[in-house]
Design a protein around this ligand. Structure first.
Ligand code: ADP
Ligand code: ASP
Ligand code: MG
Length: 445
């Protein structure tokens, strides 16, 4: 069985939703995972923020706008007035329920998550109805009935596998199974989500739970590009990537893939295929366990990085110092991305600063601490092995005009990560494109 995930732009209008009915195969069993229509989650985030600020009338007004957008989509999406009405009625019920919660005297504590869930609930309901109108057999199974995270916000794979397979058994004989990406329940059973961009992760978790033979991520670009097309022109798609390469690039900011997507697929050896809804015949990018080393493969970047320089009050590399430093980050559940050490100091980076004051207080008990903000990590994925010594120097040469805050090299044989001020990010990405494209040109000859 295959899992096909379609992102926001792929369900962004009536015409796009209709296009999906041609892309989704009806003769083989598939699970179709949908995101909210493009822009909808952003509007819902705004509405939820208004609820939090007790600006209830504004929040309700925005929800009504989003409701209207879906109802207008119904007018175009469905051919018959019967289905136009059915669609609008479904949307009305969903939004009314949410608006009632917002207006209730005791607003539920997880109202934000309830509001955010409306996007995926609406898009899947419309797609399901669209297939019904076209008399294509399909079933809509609720993600809230099987997708669950535990108290550490990790997917509860045992529960998910059991519950999903039970739901699928009840749909035997139906080839197209539709479900929502992004949304889930938490350990308390409340509506929650897998964080922004999380529909990719939903698809990967589902793939793992059903031992899928492929997970397809359909989006608005023809696969994984060798640099970030939002900042650099002339980028080109990479046809094959290894799980390790894709995981590094996604973790360090390549927006095309949610950073957690690779792990559930790698665990079961499930290939991930990135495809373009706007150009379905393009081969896209195939991500598998096979590793085809080939020079500098791709570049990605991640913003909002904070650097922390820690200097021991005694001798830096004294026995146990690093352990004390890392214990502080572990206690505050904060992941460290990059790290370099010298005899006098350690510099490391984090992107989650929610516990930064507690971290710096704890570190200051045994060291001096300097914090600097507004950095970006540039991640270069390639073949950085000792046998090919020239490749790292190509990277450094390309960005020799850019001030570098930190270099992390040698952690893995296929990655160099560099810290720059965010004001230099685009210049660094553009400079690196010259070395990445050289490799692509060689590959094509
Ligand atoms: P979806 O809504 O389908 O999940 P996203 O917007 O999350 O789509 O991801 C697709 C976008 O990711 C592309 O339109 C592109 O702008 C951006 N992107 C960033 N880095 C890359 C990259 N290396 N390759 C391809 N796309 C990238
Ligand atoms: N709709 C959610 C978001 O915009 C999830 C996703 O699209 O992957 O973040
Ligand atoms: Mg996405």
């Amino acid at each position: 069985m295959k899992v096909l995930k379609f992102g926001g732009t792929s369900v962004g209008s009536a015409e796009r939703i209709q296009r999906l009915t041609q892309i989704v195969p009806s003769r083989e069993p598939v699970i179709v995972v949908l995101s909210a229509m493009a822009g909808v989650t952003n509007q819902l985030v705004d509405s939820a923020a208004m609820v939090a600020m007790q600006e209830t009338p504004k929040a309700v007004e925005l929800l009504k706008q989003v409701e209207k957008k879906h109802k207008e989509t119904c007018n175009e999406l469905f051919r018959t007035s019967e289905f136009k009405m059915k669609g609008k009625e479904l949307i009305r019920k969903m939004f009314n329920k949410a608006i009632d919660m917002v207006l209730a005297p005791n607003v539920p504590t997880n109202i934000e998550k309830e509001i955010l869930a409306l996007g995926e609930l609406s898009s899947t309901a419309l797609f399901h109805l669209c297939l019904q109108e076209q008399q294509v057999p399909s079933a809509l199974i609720p993600a809230l009935g099987f997708m669950r995270i535990d108290k550490d916000e990790e997917p509860d794979l045992f529960y998910i596998t059991e519950s999903l397979n039970r739901l699928l058994d009840a749909c035997s004989g139906i080839n197209i199974i539709i479900t929502q990406g992004f949304i889930c329940r938490n350990a308390k059973g409340h509506v929650d989500n897998l964080k922004r961009g999380g529909s990719d992760y939903s698809a990967a978790i589902i793939g793992n739970a059903i031992d899928a033979n492929e997970v397809q991520i359909w989006t608005d670009i023809d696969g994984f590009h060798n640099n970030d097309p939002r900042y650099v022109s002339g980028t080109s798609p990479i046809r094959e990537l290894s799980f390790d390469e894709a995981a590094e690039l996604a973790y360090f900011g390549a927006k095309i893939l949610h950073p957690s997507t690779i792990h559930p697929c790698r665990e079961k050896g499930i290939p991930v295929l990135l495809k373009n809804t706007l150009n379905p015949t393009d081969p896209g990018t195939r991500i598998t366990s096979s590793y085809r080393a080939n020079g500098i493969r791709a570049v990605a970047s991640k913003d909002g990085i904070t650097a922390i320089r820690i200097k021991s009050l005694r001798m830096l590399m004294a026995y146990g110092f690093l352990k004390r430093v890392f214990d502080v980050f572990a206690q505050q559940k904060t992941a460290v991305d990059l790290i370099t050490t010298s005899e006098v100091a350690i510099t490391l980076t984090i992107d989650d600063t929610s516990n930064l004051p507690k971290i710096t207080d704890a570190l200051r008990e045994f060291s001096s601490v300097e914090v600097s903000v507004n950095h970006s990590i540039i991640c270069i994925v390639g073949e950085f092995v000792a046998e090919k010594p020239g490749i790292a120097s190509q990277v450094l040469n390309a960005i020799k005009h850019i001030p570098i805050g930190l270099i992390s090299y040698g952690g893995s044989s296929h990655n160099i990560s560099i810290l720059v001020s965010s004001t230099h990010k685009q210049a660094a990405l553009m400079a690196l494109q010259t070395v990445v494209s050289t490799e692509i040109t060689i590959e094509q000859h």
